[in-house]
Design a protein around this ligand. Sequence first.
Ligand code: GDP
Ligand code: MG
Length: 317
Amino acid sequence: VTQAGSPVATELIERVLAGERRAVARLISLIENGADGVEEALARLYPATGNAYTVGITGASGSGKSTLTDRLVAAFRAGGSEVGVIAIDPSSPFTGGAILGDRVRMQGHATDRGVFIRSMATRGHLGGLALATPQAIRVLDAAGKPWIFVETVGVGQSEVEVVEATDTTVVVVNPGWGDSVQANKAGLLEIGEIFVVNKADRPGTREAMRDLEQMLEFGHRGAGWRPPVLAAVAAEGTGTAELREAILAHRRHLEEGGGLAAERRRRAADEVRRIVMERAAAAARRCCTGAAFEALVDAVAGRSLDPYAAARSIEGV
Ligand SMILES: Nc1nc2c(ncn2[C@@H]2O[C@H](COP(=O)(O)OP(=O)(O)O)[C@@H](O)[C@H]2O)c(=O)[nH]1
Ligand SMILES: [Mg+2]
């Protein structure tokens, strides 16, 4: 909290809109920390967003997402596009390890002004990743990055929500039966639009591709799009060009069929719903503390009031 009313300076917004790296980094930090004034800042950026195309990259930890993302960044840069990358790391408040790992792996682009790479934790942000990521994406979008990659850390529910908020979702698995089964269990087969069997230098790649194809026969929900299953050796850059082509093809598919606008509208509904639910939950948490609340609990515990009557008596619930 700084000045009353407008903790995020107008100047910072203007610098973000001008594509200034330090301003972009600063605003993402404010989002990450759930700082006051972020909502207002985002409201001012919002009209300048919607131009970026977003790609989510998910899969188990260690499957090669960062390595693959790094190669993709190079491929898109070679195609002339500026690129933004957000690497989500929910565990970083405790370890910081994954952030360092991503930075090291992506440092090939450290001196390229056309690339903005940012690791993001979500400490302090109510609603967590699912609410913070779209905001961070918008900052890069408003700053003029036409391609934005979002790399998740693992395959939990919040990662699924994160990649669901992107235009194209890439799911990375490794050779071997277990990975595809895990991806299936995590709900990734339903949301993936492109599948990559990375570490194809290892045995079992063809089997993994075939298993995936079979599971996808009845697992995918996207109308008119058959998710391709690709092989890659990210460590050597093999398969990157094919992955870029697949991303471009999926984008064309969405744009030509009117699906992109419909998808984004659906996501807008999801996001508003999520914000409303988060607000309601926060309001409920506030109501359930303090002396008046404790008195109600006493009454319920003493059997003079039933729990539903107690809940009804709390204002706003
Ligand atoms: N053998 C092999 N190793 C790879 C390949 N791609 C990435 N790796 C290695 O797998 C490890 C995890 O990679 P990383 O990109 O950090 O995975 P992430 O946790 O999914 O982001 C690193 O040691 C990489 O060097 C690959 O194609 N083949
Ligand atoms: Mg990674």
